[in-house]
Design a protein around this ligand. Structure first.
Ligand SMILES: [Mg+2]
Length: 435
């Protein structure tokens, strides 16, 4: 039914959407030729709906005979259109609006189609990005799973900021994480990660997506610093899933990621849910921003555990807990915060990293529920290292910070400078009058 000349008149995306809308399964069609084969194999499709009038005319399959006596081809079309227009009305050309094409989106992605993103990463349109690390082949499907959230559960942000700023901006939740996961693998669990990453959105080929995929690859492999190519050894086999947008199918607490794992990646094998579990940090505890992980576990029928229950306390410094919105909002370190913010603003012109460090310290101290009394105490807070700790110590003992004076001058020097400038201005005006 379908021939090369017909298929040439139709874009790949249009053909794919058309087949899907007519109930044809195109999940295994990675090439355009596969789509054409599917269309050929389904001769009852109303293909006329798909081709443009121009393509229909060119195609031997869809050309319709012209009425007797009517001019042929384009001339005939023009005459018919002119006859329909009211007399004297000139044809108004509609300006064609250029179609927006985002190079970071997959143009021919349709719901249910699977796309290769490179380095074994796959995208199930419209909302799931996944990769299997050392899982598959001849081994039997898993019967029990040890499932985890990613951020705040297996890894933390190294820089102490709310989100990773680069693929290297992560560290394990604590020193026991990887050893514990290796043990789960040896004990016969399939390790699976289910993560929400709505920051990626539709742009599955964009920067946020690439950074995320690189970060997960970095987590998966023990990097050998001596290897110039950055090669490494896989820590343990596992499967990674992330919901790339805010939908109600794959994004936690919806269970779409889990059912896709169970039915497709794990070949529909029966899982012993009682022997399995899901672990995540959004558990609805005081200080947790949400309860999505706990709800996800419930919807999947999996017992729920917190990261602290599985791995023990988080490593590194604890974040200063956010104040209750209705509670006391007093900034006990107001003057110090102001100094740090002024220094940060001034440093932005010359050293944006140092500037950010002062800004982060100010944010932490603003939420600290008491007046900080020295370096030792300050350095226990997330976002404050040795250098800033010394500035806190200096402020606590002398009441000022030398760096501030270096950047802005002392009060006396500032007053002197202002006086001199005023005098110069006055003199300048006097000379102006003399002209
Ligand atoms: Mg999390």
């Amino acid at each position: 039914m379908v021939d090369g000349d017909w298929a040439d008149g139709v874009s790949t995306g249009k053909l794919k959407r058309f087949l899907v809308s007519n109930g044809v399964d195109v999940a295994d069609c990675l090439e355009r030729d596969d789509l054409v084969k599917k269309a050929k194999a389904t001769p009852d499709l109303p293909l006329q709906q798909l081709v443009s009038p121009e393509a229909s005319k060119k195609s031997k399959y869809f050309s319709t005979p012209a009425p007797e006596g009517a001019p042929e081809g384009d001339e005939g079309d023009k005459e018919n259109a002119a006859a329909k227009r009211p007399a004297g009305e000139a044809k108004v050309k509609k300006a064609k609006r250029p179609k927006k094409v985002d190079e970071h989106e997959i143009p021919d992605a349709v719901e249910g189609s699977v796309h290769d993103l490179g380095r074994d990463w796959r995208f199930l349109c419209p909302g799931l990005i996944f990769k299997t690390y050392g899982v598959g082949g001849d081994e039997p499907p898993a019967t029990k799973v040890a499932a985890f959230d990613l951020d705040g559960t297996l890894i933390r942000v190294k820089s102490g900021r709310p989100f990773s700023v680069s693929p290297d901006d992560w560290c394990p939740f604590n020193a026991k994480v990887f050893k514990t996961l290796e043990k789960f693998h040896k004990d016969g669990y399939r390790i699976v990660v289910f993560s929400n990453q709505a920051g990626v959105g539709k742009k599955v080929l964009g920067k946020a997506s690439l950074n995320l995929r690189t970060k997960v690859d970095n987590v998966a492999y023990k990097r050998n610093p001596k290897d110039p190519l950055g090669g490494g050894e896989l820590r343990f086999p596992f499967v990674f899933f992330c919901a790339n947008r805010k939908d109600e199918v794959y994004r936690k607490p919806a269970d779409g990621m889990f059912t896709y794992f169970r039915d497709t990646v794990n070949a529909g094998a029966a899982l012993d849910l009682g022997a399995s579990f899901y672990c995540g940090d959004m558990a609805g505890r005081p200080g947790d921003l949400d309860v999505t992980d706990k709800e996800f576990a419930e919807r999947c029928g999996l017992p729920f555990r917190t990261p602290e229950e599985v791995f023990g306390p988080a490593g590194g410094k604890a974040a200063v807990p956010k104040r209750d919105k209705d509670g006391d909002q007093t900034n006990h370190n107001e003057e110090l915060c102001e100094i740090f913010l002024k220094i940060s603003a001034k440093l932005k012109e010359v050293d944006k990293f140092k500037a950010r460090a002062f800004e982060n310290a100010a944010t932490t101290l603003k939420d600290y529920d008491k007046k900080v009394e020295g370096k030792k105490e300050a350095m226990k807070l997330r976002g404050i290292g040795k250098s800033i700790g010394e500035k806190v110590e200096e402020y606590c003992t002398t009441g000022k910070i030398k760096l501030m004076e270096e950047l802005f001058g002392t009060v006396e020097a500032t007053k002197e400078k202002a006086k001199k400038e005023a005098e110069e201005k006055e003199q300048g005006m006097a000379f102006a009058f003399m002209d």
